[in-house]
Design a binder for this molecule. Structure first.
Ligand SMILES: [Zn+2]
Length: 92
């Protein structure tokens, strides 16, 4: 077993990833090689305008995950990121 240098998770040797000589678990390796990007307002505006052109509103045209997020927010009115992650059981 090897300890991930980022999160400390003990990982089987064959399931670890080497990044610049440091060893990480799969999740951390993906995080480090594809860091999550902050919300892009331009992308958001473009997506919204495309949805308008297609006549999509509400949950129309959303992916299953997006629809889930939408319904939870609509149902509860207000949800924190932490609550949302717990409800739909995904990683941040
Ligand atoms: Zn890790």
């Amino acid at each position: 077993m090897i300890k991930c240098e980022r999160c400390g998770l003990l990982t089987k040797d064959e399931e670890t990833y080497d990044c610049h000589g440091r060893v990480f678990c799969e999740d951390c390796y993906i995080y480090l090689t594809n860091p999550p990007k902050a919300c892009d307002p331009m992308a958001g505006a473009t997506a919204l305008s495309i949805r308008k052109k297609l006549g999509q509103s509400g949950t129309t045209g959303l992916t299953e995950l997006q629809r889930q997020l939408y319904n939870i927010i609509e149902e509860r009115g207000k949800v924190t990121t932490e609550e949302m992650l717990e409800i739909i059981n995904i990683k941040a």
